[in-house]
Design a protein around this ligand. Structure first.
Ligand code: SF4
Length: 342
């Protein structure tokens, strides 16, 4: 049964979705340029700010600091404040490191922030009791399949699904969930539909009537389109782009190339060394055919500026999100070819 109605997806160039039909509009917000573009596009489409919320999945959870950029959580929060929309975090307990170190055990529970009618925000924790006990003790594998590239599924996709399915506020209402995948990024992403019924939808369940659609508003956009909307709104990009990265996600992402790991080793040697130590402990490297140290030796560090390194490695955000007129410029990482999803 096709559950998407003509009214939901009009396929007009400016805003193909009838936004007024949704009580809530959620943006999966990594802090990267594509997720920023999703939010800005919503605003340009005239979406009601009061219906928008951003969700950021903390890849490292609450206590670990292995993979993500130190500034990312604070950057996301500052962006939300600058635009006047709420931001809620989700995380797997123990984060990337905890999941990677799983040994004869089940995957850990997921926690998420849930706004309450009185304005407070509850932290709800669920899961951790089902599934099989198993052992990882290995980095995610570089593959298109999310079953072996487990980080995206276990640390992001499951978080969103869990938070959507376990909040009463999504029952008996219509929610639009946005994510920023673009067809240009990879053949795998090119196959994603622009609009679909979300996995967490339960609109036909009489007791739930949980209507959730997923929209990929920038799916057909070029990278130039994304930078153009950032420039129109003078959004200060995440510091990773200023350091030379073309994608913003984990600083130690398994998809990083030689130049990125050479730069990460230069600016965060302790964090780089922890990845090296794990490769030695597991007896298996991230890239399978080359160690991180050998890979970084083959790369050339980006010509980073001290101020950008400071901003990227700070856990607080102290720069403007919306830059003063005349100060926006394309960051060094824009249009660079340095690794990405499959
Ligand atoms: S950014 Fe890279 S390492 Fe981090 S979750 Fe995504 S694929 Fe995994």
């Amino acid at each position: 049964m096709n559950l998407i109605t003509q009214l939901d997806f009009l396929d007009t160039p400016q805003c193909p979705v009838y936004l007024g039909g949704y009580k809530r509009i959620i943006v999966a917000f990594s802090g990267g340029k594509d997720s920023v573009a999703c939010v800005l596009h919503l605003l340009e489409c005239g979406a009601d700010l009061n219906r928008i919320e951003l969700w950021h999945h903390k890849v490292d959870g609450l206590d670990s600091t292995l993979m993500d950029w130190p500034c990312t959580n604070a950057y996301c929060l500052a962006f939300a404040h600058a635009l006047g929309v709420p931001l809620y975090y989700t995380w797997k307990n123990g984060g990337f490191e905890g999941e990677m170190l799983r040994e004869n055990s089940r995957t850990a529970p997921i926690s998420f922030e849930a706004p309450q009618p009185d304005g407070s925000v509850l932290i709800i924790t669920t899961g951790g009791t089902g599934g099989k006990e198993s052992t990882r003790l290995a980095f995610p594998q570089i593959a298109a399949s999310l079953s072996v590239r487990w980080c995206s599924g276990y640390l992001k996709i499951d978080n969103a699904r869990t938070a959507l399915r376990n909040q009463q506020r999504f029952n008996h209402s219509r929610t639009l969930f946005l994510c920023g995948e673009r067809a240009q990024e990879s053949p795998g992403r090119a196959r994603y539909p622009r609009f679909q019924v979300d996995d967490s939808d339960a609109r036909t369940s009489p007791g739930l009537r949980r209507h959730i659609d997923r929209w990929r508003p920038v799916h057909q956009w070029s990278e130039a389109d994304v930078w153009a909307i950032m420039e129109r709104w003078r959004i200060n990009p995440h510091p990773s782009y200023r350091l030379g990265w073309s994608r913003c996600s984990c600083a130690g992402c398994i998809f990083n190339g030689a130049d990125q790991f050479a730069t990460w080793r230069l600016i965060a040697p302790d964090r780089f060394q922890r990845l090296v130590d794990y490769e030695e402990r597991f007896g298996r490297t991230i890239k399978r055919n080359i160690s991180l140290t050998a890979l970084a030796d083959k790369g050339t560090p980006f010509p980073v500026k001290d101020e950008d390194v400071r901003a990227a490695l700070s856990e607080t955000w102290y720069e403007p999100i919306i830059l003063p007129e005349g100060q926006w410029k394309l960051p060094m990482g824009a249009f660079a070819e340095n690794g990405g999803p499959i």
